[in-house]
Each structure stands twice: as structure tokens, then as C-alpha cells.
Design a binder for this molecule. Sequence first.
Ligand SMILES: *Cc1c(COP(=O)(O)O)cnc(C)c1O
Length: 427
Amino acid sequence: MVFHNTLSFAQELDRTDPLRHFRDRFYIPERDGKSLVYFCGNSLGLQPKAVREAVNAELATWQHLGVEGWFEGETPWLSFHATCKEALGQIVGAAPSEVCPMNALTVNLHLLLASFYQPTPAKYKILTIAGDFPSDQYALETHVAFRNHLPADAIIEVAPRPDGLIHTSDIQRAIAEHCESLALIWLSGLNYYTGQVYNMAAIAETARHYGIPVGFDLAHAIGNVPLRLHDWGVDFATWCSYKYLNGGPGAVSGIFVHEKHHDQNLPRLAGWWGYQEENRFAMTKGFVPMRGADGWQLSTPNIVALAMHRAALSITAEAGMPQLRRKSEQLTGFLEHVLLDAGFGRSDEAGSLPYQILTPADPNQRGCQLSLLVKASGRALFDRLASTGIIGDWREPDCIRLAPNPLYNTFEEVWQVGETLRSSSVG
Ligand SMILES: *Cc1c(COP(=O)(O)O)cnc(C)c1O
């Protein structure tokens, strides 16, 4: 698409946007009676209006049925999690049996490492990327130490190139180089800092070639970029639902376990909620897991959190990932256009420009988010955006992240960002 940096062009795109009505399904935060330009859905998605009703419905069930709510009511709580599976499967490219909403992301990572990280004296290393999200780093570090390995020895990090990005081929080369000692590959599918999407299909194929299990953190990928976890042969994954899935602060996470592992009786840290549902309340000795991802559940789920998750999830599923992706490519492409017009350069351009877009230009290597490196008075620029009602987020020491969300952001808002930057003497 050829973009024009004018208000009328932006308004025309909004007028013909097939997803434009989805904005009305969300509360847009306001300041002084004016809607904020909220480009921070990569950190906390906005509240869908349907969430309050969904929570109230479960509070009413509790009020009227008490403990019988587990077995009665519109959605008996016992199988509430199962009502999220269809939509989750659609969004990550998996069969319903391969996914289950549960816990929180980092908790799930430890549980999945308990199953998929099976070190032997010769093969005990984990390959990951340098500078991945801190929680993932801490989880790997402590989990490896918990299994009596030294993190500095057992964790191999693939480093970024001078442009700040990590090439898929560098990850594949590292897998080949260390194949004799690797027990596991774990990394974010979409880098929280740079906004770069790695070629998960290619990484999974290389991992399979060498017989090494591979898992992805999809915190920034789910609901943002197309995923086909089953077809790609990814072994396992986890995500959170408070970013692009708009499930609310600290919303329930979820896991993916590939079907090929469902009959393997993998080792795990179990609890009664992962026990075969038919006989769970017989309370007998000896753990018998449910088949599929459900068998990794531990505890009684938080039904209010699941209700919020389901209400938000159904909006993403209704819009459909192919449609969301189409609009997202245009929105982010337009944002890139107005940034370049306002004096930003690309990070792969020679020299160190004061204002650069760090995120790759290739749409296949990015989602909604563009990360801006602002070396010259970046914090002041960020504050100026915030003072005019444009909400992104700031990462020390010099990065602004902006993520227009195709569910509730508009082309006019993107145009507004460009105008503000142009009047802020960038370039
Ligand atoms: C947001 C995010 C997390 C957050 O983990 P929680 O356990 O939900 O706090 C973890 N990893 C990545 C890559 C993230 O982007």
C-alpha cells in the first residue's frame, strides 16, 4: 500500500476499515474529556466493555448457587477453562486439546521446563537469545541451577548483530554448532524490546532435525502475529493474555503442548486439577493426568480471571487473526511511514542517527510494535508525546515502544503521532 501523510488519507482508511466497529467494544482511557492515543496495548491491552458483564455473571452464579456453581449454571466452573480452548486454538494454530488457559506465564514456564528440560550428563544446555525478557532469563537461570548445573555453563545465548537484531540464521547456526550438548531451545517468538519476530517455523524445523525440543514464549506474539504452532511442530509454548489479548492486569496465562507429546507420560509437577476429570473427586492415590495440555493444570482455577479472559478472547476470535493481521500491517506500516517523514531513520542505515526505528522493516519480521531508539533527549521526546495524550512506553536508556492495536486504534491516531513528532524538532 502507498501511504500519504495527510489527515484526509488517514480518515479515508478509517472510513473503509472493515474492523472499525471493534473500537466501540473497548473503553478508551480519557484525559480532560479527550480520548488518549493508546499505543501501549503491548504492555496492557484496553478493557473490553464485555468484561464487566462476564465478571458479574460469575459473581451472580456464586451468589445464587454457592458451591453448586462448579456443576451448574450457564458455564459450570468445572469445565470453564474448556470454553476458552476453541478460540485459543484458533489464535495460536493448535487443536483444542493442545491448549489450556492456566496460571501465569512465568509459573507455566517453570512447569513446562520441569517436563521438557530433561538434562543428561552430555546434553544439558539450553539455547536462548541474549537480552530476552528478564523473567524468562531469571526462570532459566534458576531452573538450570535447580537441576545442579551452572547457568554460565549451561545457558547459551545467541547475540544480536550490530543493528541490534538477531538473525534467524544465527539461531539456526548456534543450534547446529551446539547440537551435541543441547537439551532444549527456549526463546521469545517476538522480542519485547526490538519488536522483531523470529522465524519460529524455521527454528522449530532446525530443532526437530537435531532432535532437540523447542519452546516459545508468546507473550508479545499471541493475538498479534499469525501462529501455527501445531503445523510448525513446536513442542510447547506459553503466553500471557493481558497484552494483545486484553484479558486485564495479571490475566490468566495459557500453555500449548504439541499433540505428539500427549501419550508420552512426560514427567511433570502435578496437582489435582490435572488429574483425570471423571475421577478427580474420587480423591484416590496415584496421579493420573488428563490427556493433552489440561494435564498440566495444578490448582483450582480463578473463575473470575477466566471469565475476563474468555470475554476478551472471544473479541479477538470474532475479528479473526487474518483480518487483524491485515489491518495491523497497514497500521504499523503507516506508523513507519509517518516516522520516516518526521525525520526518523532505519537502524540499518550507515552511521548512528539520533532517531532510529530499531524494529525490522520487513512486515514478516514484526507485529504491531515499532521500537524507536532516541539517543538525543529521548526521555524529553517521550514526555512530550505523553503530554499531548499519546501513550507509548519508555524503556531505559533510550527506547520508546509504540504499538498501534488493530482492534481499537485508528489511522488518524497514527497520523497524530507523526504530527506531534514533526512539531517536536526530530530530524
Ligand atoms: C510480559 C512478558 C512476561 C511476563 O511474565 P508474567 O509471568 O506474566 O509476569 C514474560 N515474558 C515475556 C517475553 C513477556 O513479554
